[in-house]
Design a protein around this ligand. Sequence first.
Ligand SMILES: Nc1ncnc2c1ncn2[C@@H]1O[C@H](COP(=O)(O)OP(=O)(O)OP(=O)(O)O)[C@@H](O)[C@H]1O
Ligand SMILES: [Mg+2]
Length: 454
Amino acid sequence: MDISKDYSLFLEAIAGLMVINAEGKVVYMNEQCADYIKVDKEKVIGQDVKKVFPPTNMLNMLKGQNKYNTNFYFEDGRMSVSTQTQLQKDGEIVGVLEYDMIQDITALDDLLSKYKETLKDEMAYFREQVRNFKSTKYSINNILGTSKKIQELKYQIELAATSNSTVMICGETGVGKELVAHSIHNLSARAFQNFVKVNAAGMAESLIESELFGYVDGAFTGAKKGGKKGKFQLADQGTLFIDEVNQMPLSLQPKLLRALQEGEIAPVGSEEDVEVNARVIVAANQDLREMVREGSFREDLYYRLNVFPIIVPPLRERLEDIPELVEAKIQALNQELGRSVTRVEPDVYAKLREYDWPGNIRELYNRVEAAMNYAQGDVLRKEHFNFRADNSKINLDELNQFDNPIEEIKREAERKLINEVLRQFDNNKTKAAAYLKISRPLLYQKMKRLGLSM
Ligand SMILES: Nc1ncnc2c1ncn2[C@@H]1O[C@H](COP(=O)(O)OP(=O)(O)OP(=O)(O)O)[C@@H](O)[C@H]1O
Ligand SMILES: [Mg+2]
């Protein structure tokens, strides 16, 4: 059978076929279309397309710039997807032809459910990412406390996050310097880039150098083949946190200074410099100015680091934050240890406020953990904290970390005495100095040296 001229056969095979003229009147509609939209094929010819099929937007095509358009109809609970084509003759728009690509709801369902599956996978992936992001990184919300000192600290963190300057975080051990470094990074525009940490303490000089700046192939015996990237490069576009920068060997300090000043580093054994864009945050748990005076820290590096200093206050200067910290630690430990401690007796807090916390938050957290292990029930009482023993007992492990343990324990005793006397005299320096049998200026000098707040 020859069907080559049987155009109506072809036209009937196209789903939802309809044509309008330049006036928007229907000039052609096939059987299939009339059935689908439930109209009489004969009666619609010459009618306004809007009257025949109200949801249509074919008229837009008459003025539109686009020659083709894909269109979604939601009608009678059915969905269809159509293609519209401008009909042109001698460069003039003379009509629009439309037909359906998808009329069959189940085909669309298949398509949608395929996307739904993909979307579900993607959502699961992103949820996982967000979870990792939250659990592995500290943020400013992990900094607890509502004291003036903490509010000021948070303000400084937010300010530091808006800039690219080098930040120097100073503070005693256990005050939260690392927490502050993380918070700055996570609030900054670099939050989605790497946060790389390096600790200058207790490492051989040559090791610190290759850790920080990397090395090239064959730089030294035992070097990894192909070389190794340094932390500076790993932190490119992100943040490099150099902890205990006071331990940075003098010989490496010029190299660090150059990296900060020029944004260029030289990997060990390399002839060529590498450009890096890492935001640097350092932490120091020793007075760097003092070290500069002693000649164990370079003055030029000190000034380069001291662009944006942040001083994290010791716990003894914000004792009012203790209950919040203790409660947060208890909650965390309840989860971790499967406990249900719900209450702390008020006289515990009174006792905790009397102590001067040389180990700061870390020490407080350790004390709470010890007390929870000691307490059997759900209430923490004074006796669980072992208060009295602490004043006489010396923690040898802790003391051994200092270069000069005897000096340190003298300092500690001095600090305790001065603190206690000041407390008894309501912070009145004249009375305290008289009681201690020293001059007022000497008291000030001692307080400054011992890091006591004025
Ligand atoms: N404001 C705070 N709120 C809640 N937790 C804190 C706060 N400050 C510190 N911590 C917690 O105290 C502990 C010690 O903090 P971190 O390690 O940041 O101290 P650090 O100053 O870096 O100490 P170090 O000088 O010994 O390295 C961590 O468990 C930290 O989460
Ligand atoms: Mg630290």
